[in-house]
Design a protein around this ligand. Structure first.
Ligand SMILES: Cc1cc2nc3c(=O)[nH]c(=O)nc-3n(C[C@H](O)[C@H](O)[C@H](O)COP(=O)(O)OP(=O)(O)OC[C@H]3O[C@@H](n4cnc5c(N)ncnc54)[C@H](O)[C@@H]3O)c2cc1C
Length: 387
């Protein structure tokens, strides 16, 4: 398929800027559709400077953020399973998921609504019963949980590597340690300038995560990077935090909204707090090294709600959310430049969707449209806030 490639070694049907979670999936889906694709990544493949690292990411069908994510989630599960079969490597682990909070909270009500609307198997359980079934949890009285058996986690670094490996096997090129400095429209295509070379392509897809505002002017002020910190603490009762004995969770408590996982990959119970300390940052200058304040906030949560998971610290890592003003994704064609597609699907909940977002980005780049309803994700929803 030709989308304006020039025929020399530096011309492509499509260039993807940023080969993290979303970009690696986009490279794969574009290559699957027969395009000559180049993925450009400023760091390594994979790396720990952006949003797609830290060993595990939750995937779940019960979606309190909005029920309209559920059809995308079903397709995302299907595509992750296809990818892991193609690679012969497990990327998805099913543990069940718990969405926990006061019974009238958005987390519980929203999860229940998405399950009811979409016929998703689920069960509502009270705090005492949760403690009996999964003794690692010590929930406040009055809290309830929606249990959904298909919840689980993905391995983000392996998913990035998996998409890149599968894409390379069908002809895609990926170049790491090559930073895109800028791009401009050129006829019906684009010219892309990096710190190593210049390229031309028929289509440009920008999936630059926390750096996307630098490269997509319409997203300036609408894709705000925020520093996050993850903790892994050694459980004093490891049997209560083992894979197969501990469902992933989202939990609304007095201290905020937290999420967590069974022990996997690092010898500790892993968890984090959505929006952590609320630090809006520049990803090039932010404090990368977790500090004592980060650790204290996270340890206090574990000591209260998972006391047998709050042993010695095993690891702390920083990571970056890229938040939109309403915390829904932004996926769209560039206004006025239909050869350019951008995707900023984060706000702390995007990874599980990478597989389906890759497919959507390929649709938008090739056909200018997709069968998926993107109304929730259009950039134009913010135009009144910008003016
Ligand atoms: C702590 C934490 C916990 C999370 N937990 C979950 C979870 O449990 N479940 C879930 O679904 N989601 C979760 N998320 C959100 C999810 O991880 C993100 O939505 C997802 O990783 C975003 O992927 P991305 O491709 O947009 O960004 P990234 O993976 O960061 O990719 C962007 C890439 O672009 C590259 N790049 C940027 N600028 C340039 C340039 N100029 N030239 C070349 N390359 C460039 C970057 O180096 C990077 O590799 C979490 C996020 C964090 C930070």
């Amino acid at each position: 398929m030709g989308l304006g490639a020039m025929g020399d070694g530096r011309s492509y049907d499509a260039i993807v800027v940023g080969v993290g979670g979303m970009g690696s999936a986009a490279v794969y889906h574009l290559a699957r559709r027969g395009l000559r694709v180049l993925g450009l990544e400023r760091f390594d493949v994979p790396h720990e400077q952006g949003s797609s690292h830290g060993v595990t990411r939750i995937i779940r069908l019960a979606y309190y953020e909005h029920p309209s994510y559920v059809p995308l989630l079903r397709r995302a599960y299907q595509l992750w399973r296809e990818l892991q079969s193609a690679l012969g490597e497990q990327l998805l682990y099913i543990t069940g998921s718990l969405d926990v909070g006061p019974s009238e909270s958005e987390v519980v009500r929203g999860s229940k609504l998405s399950c009811d609307l979409h016929g998703i198997e689920h069960e509502l359980i009270d705090a005492a019963e949760i403690g009996r079934r999964w003794p690692g949890y010590r929930l406040p009285r009055g809290h309830v949980a929606l249990h959904q058996p298909e919840g689980g986690f993905l391995l983000p670094e392996r998913c990035v590597v998996g998409h890149v490996t599968a894409a390379q096997a069908i002809g895609a090129e990926v170049r790491a340690r090559e930073r895109v400095l800028g791009w401009e429209p050129r006829g019906e295509g684009v010219r892309v300038r990096t710190d190593r070379a210049e390229y031309e392509a028929g289509r440009l897809l920008v999936t630059a995560g926390p750096w996307i505002q630098e490269l997509v002017a319409p997203l300036r002020g609408l894709a705000q990077p925020e520093r996050q910190v993850l903790a892994w603490l050694q459980p004093t009762r490891p049997e209560h935090f083992a894979l197969g004995r501990f469902p992933v969770f989202n939990m609304l408590v007095d201290e905020g909204r937290f999420y967590g996982f069974p022990v996997f990959g690092i010898p500790g119970f892993k968890f984090g707090c959505y929006h952590h300390l609320g630090e809006q940052v520049d990803p090039d200058t932010m404090e990368r090294e977790p500090n004592a304040r980060d650790e204290a906030l996270l340890r206090a949560f574990a000591e209260r709600y998972f006391p047998e998971g709050a042993g010695p610290t095993m690891a702390l890592k920083s990571c970056i959310f890229t938040n939109s003003p309403d915390e829904h994704f932004t996926i769209d064609l560039h206004p006025g430049l239909p050869q350019v597609v951008f995707a900023s699907p984060c706000s702390g909940h995007g990874f599980k969707f990478c597989s389906v977002v890759g497919e959507i980005l390929a649709d938008l780049a090739i056909d200018g449209e997709t069968r998926w309803n993107l109304d929730l994700f259009r950039a134009a929803r913010f135009s009144s806030e910008k003016s």
